[in-house]
Write a protein that binds this ligand. Sequence first.
Ligand SMILES: [Zn+2]
Length: 404
Amino acid sequence: MKHFRSNIFNPISPTEVDFLADHVLSFDAEKIHAITPFANFSGAWEDYREHIILPGLIDLHVHLSQYRIRGMYEPALLPWLKEHVFPEEMRSSDPDYARGLSQDFYRALLKRGTTFSVIYTAPFRQAADIAFEVARELGIRAKIGMTMMDMNSPEGILHSTDYALKHSIELFEKWDSPNLGYIFSPRFAPTCSETLMRETGKYAAEHKAFIQTHLSENIEETRWVKQLFGQETYTEVYADYGILGPRTILGHAIHLADTELDLLAQSGSNIAHCPDSNFYLKSGEYPLKRMEDKGIAFALGSDVGAGTTLNMLYHAKQMNFRQSELPVLPAQMLYSITLGSARILELQDRIGSLNANKDADFVLLKPPQGFEIGMHTLSQVCFLSEDFEVSKIFVQGQDRTVEG
Ligand SMILES: [Zn+2]
């Protein structure tokens, strides 16, 4: 058992956060045992009074296969996919490339304080298996999905409907553990046939599996979807083909009519909001207030490679910056990279906040020299995360700190 004396920020809801100044976090090789005010604690402890502790951060939407093309710019989604994403994802058909990439990606996640992530891999069975294997070797927790695409894609990453379905189902059956799980991952409607979407939706509903895809990121894309499928709106395509539901996570969701918000709300679907990516590709501003008014659950994704960094605190800052009128507050920023995501993933009993009997997933951050620690530190870490050092990261009580 370890006992860390420090200062804890614990998310409760989008509007509430507990600040536990000078408390002792007691944990073993898996779980948190207790969080005790230092005044009531007796026994030996390790001194982290110059640090703050946050729950392990959660990234709700990230592409492992695009980690190395961050910052390679094209000014809109569709040209960016063609110029940079598809050629890079093809390289993951080489198992050695896929393995090295997975190692670099997971180490970078840990360095930035992320303990759980929801991942798309390149559209190759072997690359997906390698992503799982390396995650297991490094003690990473994640939901991982092989990107599916069976039309409108270049030779080399285009697969048959049978390939996409068969391997996704096998991966789902193979990789099911407390730390790693499968998520069905049709890339987005323009590259997925009606059959692929229908079969995916049906299988996922029958097996209580999660699905992730992208929705209404870019205006050109929404027009293309209308041409391809004929439905009045993009969301209707997913609704008609069985993709929506309480275990569905839709990336972006920017350009939506009210009727689409109703479909999302009625189906209990969730959104991965990716503000950095949305302004990088000039996709547009997330309708945050409208989502809240409809009671649609959302939390933050980095969307690397259109997102520029795996640092989820940076994305929390972008959540504030990328609303032109709405002032997003630090409590909501923290919630959206921790407990908000845990709830969407139905893992709120294990991760997302720090309480006795939850998993010991947390990160220690050191403020800049001379900064006093208090309630205001939450706001500072949300807006100045680059100035805070990730000094340690624990995943299920194991020290997973990456040196260098
Ligand atoms: Zn994405």
